[in-house]
Design a binder for this molecule. Structure first.
Ligand code: NAG
Ligand code: NAG
Ligand code: NAG
Ligand code: NAG
Ligand code: NAG
Ligand code: NAG
Ligand code: NAG
Ligand code: NAG
Length: 519
């Protein structure tokens, strides 16, 4: 029996550990990690033992779709045909912004990818995104190599793959799209957006699409990330976080050097030179909400709120305890729990600094470094800066955190690309124009979203959208978290997620029934 491992980051730690290398790495949307412990598989109907799920296959992918003469690179993929019967569809999932080998569990029926394959007697394929893991067009992650690291190249990878791949299974040499087999494109988070974008750009290539928590709208000033958190976090905890953030912002912008110094000193952070770096350290608390396991009752996000809201055995009212206790409790929690061992032997001043342009992690171009590869996409195309809310709205993070805070770091990371001054960092509006953003008119894609997902405002389920969806572009909204609907167990635990999964499968089944080979 395969067992689910949903790996999650220890409370607040991941944020800060990666914060040391890259303070905005929390802007990664990210698929939920899942791994099937057993890679051993048998064909469902005839019982034949099949190659283990972790068998890696390599596809000769074009380095540059605009210039095929540059040749090919090895793009990794994984395959399960345990449910496949001749004539069945091929379910393709792009692993998005990470080493896809950690997502092999998605090939099993513990997820909607494998489950859909099982229900439709199809095969399931996991494809690694270019410039992540071991699928690199060039041997490094330099700016020069990144000239072919664009959304459009990734879309074209999909097309070239489904038209040319010969899957190593019986009949796998006759599954090209759209003539020989029906392909269904799956994705979650960034790869969910890629699902929508690909089917927008390549109509007719895929028979159906499943886009989970698809961040289709590029937004640079993405303060709305925190809105679903404000909506669902316990009101007392929200109120106290906001009170502390407002207070700190008041001090940090006061110009009163001694007041600023004593605020930093109370956390033992007097050596952190820049006020925005200091402010960013506190953004790790609300950001930890994104990791599902942290944001469910009993999870460590609740541990933080308990530390704030329970005083001498008494719980605060809905408005929290107010600034004095909240600040003291936050200092105490950080001092006693959060900072412990966090920076190792690195002095706090450099541990939390985003200003040191000589820090070697900025210029490390060794492959398989998802942070650098993802930063490139955020710096050039998406933005998604998790910054403070506008002044007239409550904010869970400091208003010292602005798009400029991140864009300066784009320069640290990719100085060759973003020479100063002034530079336009990204073309979010262009991405939205090209691929439709919230207003996408893509057909035969079902969008699934979770109300509690901080990425919701970048999806078609955003509060600000006017796109109502349609029978050919259904918008399904459950009560879940980021990409939770891709996991079968999450549907079993949450009826609204389950309902969305079942409806999605119905739509996909219907579109597949409509589908005819196009030749
Ligand atoms: C596949 O996983 C099995 C354990 O399930 C392991 O023994 C084997 O070495 C792995 N193979 C590869 C190619 O990673
Ligand atoms: C069982 O089905 C698989 C997948 O189609 C095929 O590779 C295998 O040869 C079949 N085995 C037998 C004994 O029919
Ligand atoms: C998932 O597939 C396994 C075989 O690999 C099967 O035993 C199990 O019943 C399937 N689960 C569901 C929910 O269909
Ligand atoms: C600066 O802040 C300190 C408290 O840390 C306060 O005593 C002092 O009066 C402030 N100075 C001014 C000019 O407001
Ligand atoms: C928190 O710890 C630092 C040193 O690690 C110390 O300077 C500071 O006084 C502590 N704050 C409180 C309120 O105990
Ligand atoms: C207050 O905070 C506690 C501890 O986190 C939580 O259990 C409780 O539900 C919260 N109550 C309100 C009204 O927000
Ligand atoms: C660069 O990154 C690679 C992979 O992420 C890592 O193994 C290596 O230690 C790093 N090198 C330096 C000098 O930091
Ligand atoms: C989406 O449509 C709305 C009107 O429905 C419009 O105001 C908005 O500008 C459009 N957005 C984009 C990115 O085209």
């Amino acid at each position: 029996m395969a067992r689910l491992i949903i790996s999650f980051v220890p409370f607040l730690l991941a944020g800060l550990v990666s914060a040391i290398a890259s303070p905005w790495s929390h802007s990664r949307p990210g698929m939920r990690q899942i791994d099937a412990v057993s890679h051993e598989v048998f064909h469902k109907t005839n019982g034949t033992k099949l190659p283990p799920l972790n068998t890696t296959y390599y596809f000769d992918q074009l380095i540059d779709h605009d210039n095929p003469s540059l040749g090919t690179f090895k793009q990794r993929y994984w395959l399960s045909y345990q449910y496949y019967e001749p004539g069945g569809p091929i379910v393709l999932m792009n692993g998005g912004e990470g080493d896809a080998s950690s997502l092999i569990g998605y090939l099993t029926n513990l997820t909607m990818v494998g489950y859909t394959a099982e229900q439709l007697r199809g095969a399931a394929v996991l494809l690694e995104h270019r410039f992540f893991g071991e699928s690199n067009p060039y041997p490094d992650l330099s700016v020069k190599s990144f000239c072919v690291h664009t959304i459009e190249q990734a879309i074209n990878d999909h097309e070239y793959f489904v038209k040319n791949v010969q899957l190593p299974m019986l009949g796998g040499d006759h599954v090209s799209a759209p003539n020989e087999a029906a392909w269904i494109l799956f994705g979650g988070s960034y790869s969910g957006a890629l699902t929508s974008f690909t089917m927008t750009r390549k109509p007719g290539l895929f028979a159906a699409g499943y886009a989970s928590s698809a961040v289709v709208q590029a937004i640079s000033d993405y303060w709305a990330y925190y809105e679903p958190i404000r909506e669902y976090l316990a009101p007392n905890c929200t109120a106290d976080i906001e009170a502390v953030v407002n207070y700190m912002d008041g001090v940090l912008t006061s110009g009163n050097a001694s007041a600023i110094k004593s605020l930093k000193d109370s956390f033992g952070l007097g050596a952190v030179e820049h006020n925005d770096d200091f402010a960013w350290i506190f953004a790790n608390v609300p950001q930890s909400w994104q990791s599902y396991a942290l944001s469910i009752p009993g999870g460590p996000m609740f541990e933080f709120c308990d530390a704030m809201e329970v005083k001498d055995g008494k719980v605060s009212g809905p408005n929290g305890w107010g600034l004095d206790h909240a600040l003291a409790a936050w200092i105490d929690y950080y001092n006693s729990t959060y900072f412990a061992g966090l920076c190792g032997s690195t002095p706090l001043s450099s541990c939390f600094s985003s200003y040191d342009t000589q820090d070697p992690s900025w210029s490390n171009t060794t492959v398989n470094n998802w942070i650098r590869s993802w930063n490139w996409l955020t710096c050039t195309q998406f933005g998604f800066w998790h910054d403070g809310a506008p002044a007239d709205r409550p904010s869970l993070v400091s208003r010292l955190i602005t798009p400029a805070y991140f864009e300066r770091q784009c320069k640290n990371n990719f100085p060759e690309a973003f020479s100063s001054p002034p530079v336009t960092f990204l073309d979010a509006m262009d991405v939205n124009k090209q691929y439709g953003g919230w207003n996408t008119t893509v057909e035969r894609v079902v969008f699934l979203n979770g109300r509690r997902d901080p990425w919701r405002e970048a999806t078609v389920a955003a509060d600000g959208t006017t796109n109502p969806g349609s029978e050919l572009q259904p918008h399904l909204l459950g009560d879940g978290y980021h990409t939770g609907d891709t996991i079968i167990a999450e549907g079993l635990a949450n009826p609204s997620v389950r309902a969305a999964q079942q409806q999605a499968l119905q739509y996909i089944g219907k579109w597949l029934a409509d589908w005819k080979p196009s030749s």
